[in-house]
Design a protein around this ligand. Structure first.
Ligand code: HSE
Length: 410
């Protein structure tokens, strides 16, 4: 039997306790022994909950109990998650976390300590919720040179954008519903400003390249500026808008990475990824392209990934599984060198703007998108051909009355 401690009995932590009980037999069989819940650390009083007998308030009980082998961190945030996780690894305990902020900020150090102590630091649930993407990278795609990883990595924003696109909901109503359903981070700024996606794509790129990937160097924009009018124009182009995290690993070893709301064409496999679902597209040099699709947030899907990590930690007890990255620093391609197509919504007189734009050699126009009669007053839009970010910024600087810009894949 191995004893488990859960730190943080919120949405995910309570899901882990629930699955350990509900799937007890299957888990015992898979792990080769029983995984028994010994402690649940939480500041709140959990009397009346299913874990009232396991509840503790003092972290040092977990750290000091040599019979606790497996620790789950589902507190979120960095403090006290970081010092607690570090102390558990130093005490020779396996740690499983769902906390992408922790992995993105301190993964290099925590992985190193786990190697030194011959324990494991697993974080499947930190990216893509219940989608098994981390394990896929370090087990199934080991023989590949990975060239690209991209995807819809945040359930909350995908839920919001889907409601705005398909059902005409307001941003605020959709966010409220995502929070009610337990998808959103405690502070939803991390979701809607793209910070959560940024940390997740950084973790995936670190896994794909074996190098420390500083999420702060990834160009990140969220969805707060996207409006229903942008969706209307995107629909006229046969497209939707999704928040995408993307990383391309160049032949020179540099990575081009960004987090952006992007126009997505109907033929793109990401087009049908709706609601809270996430999808990760991975391109390998031998394998070609594969896509992994499933529940990207929510209590039980995410907790299921945590439990799978607990089982692997139990199976591999006494041995550090080789995964992750070292302190070698990831080199990035500057964002100005990225190429996109741009949907530019413009105000002013159509005739004047046509003349102005068509006279600009540096502004390759692919398509004009005119408003329906009912939408008069919302201007019109053009879709450009492929341009680098730097070229677009220079061309856009000479244009007045730009109402909105949404990028699309080149
Ligand atoms: N807030 C995150 C999301 C939770 O919406 O995807 C899962 O990481």
């Amino acid at each position: 039997m191995m004893n488990v401690a859960i730190m943080g009995y919120g949405t995910i932590g309570s899901g882990v306790a629930e699955i350990l009980e509900a799937n007890k037999d299957a888990i015992r069989q898979a792990a080769g022994q029983e995984l028994s819940l010994r402690y649940v650390l939480d500041l709140r009083d959990l009397s009346g909950s299913p874990v009232e007998d396991e509840q503790i308030h003092d972290f040092s009980i977990i750290e000091g109990d040599p019979e606790v082998d497996l620790v789950v961190e589902t507190m979120g945030g960095l403090n006290p998650a970081y010092p607690f996780v570090k102390a558990c690894l130093l005490a020779g305990k396996h740690v499983v976390t769902s906390n992408k902020a922790l992995v993105a900020a301190h993964g290099t150090e925590l992985l190193r300590i786990a190697r030194e102590k011959q324990v494991n630091f697993f974080f499947e649930a930190s990216v893509g919720g219940g989608i098994p993407i981390i394990r896929t990278l370090y087990r199934c795609l080991r023989g590949e040179q990975l060239e690209e990883i991209a995807g819809i990595l945040n359930g909350t924003t995908n839920f919001i954008l889907t409601k705005m696109d398909k059902e005409g909901w307001s941003f605020a109503d959709a966010l409220k519903e995502a929070q009610r359903l337990g998808y959103a981070e405690k502070d939803p700024t991390a979701d809607v400003e793209g910070y959560d996606t940024c940390r997740k794509i950084a973790i995936l790129l670190a896994m794909a390249t074996g190098k420390e990937t500083d999420y702060q160097k990834i160009h990140t924009e969220g969805i707060t500026k996207i409006t229903d009018t942008d969706f209307k124009y995107a629909a006229r182009l046969g497209m939707s808008i999704k928040l995408v995290g993307s990383g391309k690993i160049g032949a020179d070893g540099r990575v081009g990475a960004y987090v952006l709301p992007l126009l997505i064409e109907k033929a793109d496999p990401l087009y049908t990824v709706s609601d809270v679902l996430n999808a990760v597209v991975v391109r390998g040099n031998m394998l070609g392209t594969t896509m992994y699709h499933g529940s990207g947030a929510g209590k039980l899907p995410t907790a299921s990934a945590v439990v799978a990590d607990l089982i692997e930690a139990a199976q591999e007890s006494g041995r550090n599984v080789s995964l992750g990255w070292t302190g070698e620093e990831q080199q990035f391609k500057p964002f100005e060198e990225e190429t996109f197509r741009y949907m530019v919504r413009l105000g002013g007189s159509l005739e004047r703007r046509r003349k102005e734009l068509e006279a600009m050699e540096a502004f390759p126009i692919q398509k004009w998108v005119l408003p329906d009669g009912a939408d008069a007053g919302e201007g019109f839009a053009v879709l450009t051909g492929p341009m680098t970010e730097g070229d677009f910024a220079r061309a856009a600087a000479s244009l007045s009355d730009i109402l909105a810009v949404v990028r699309g894949k080149a």
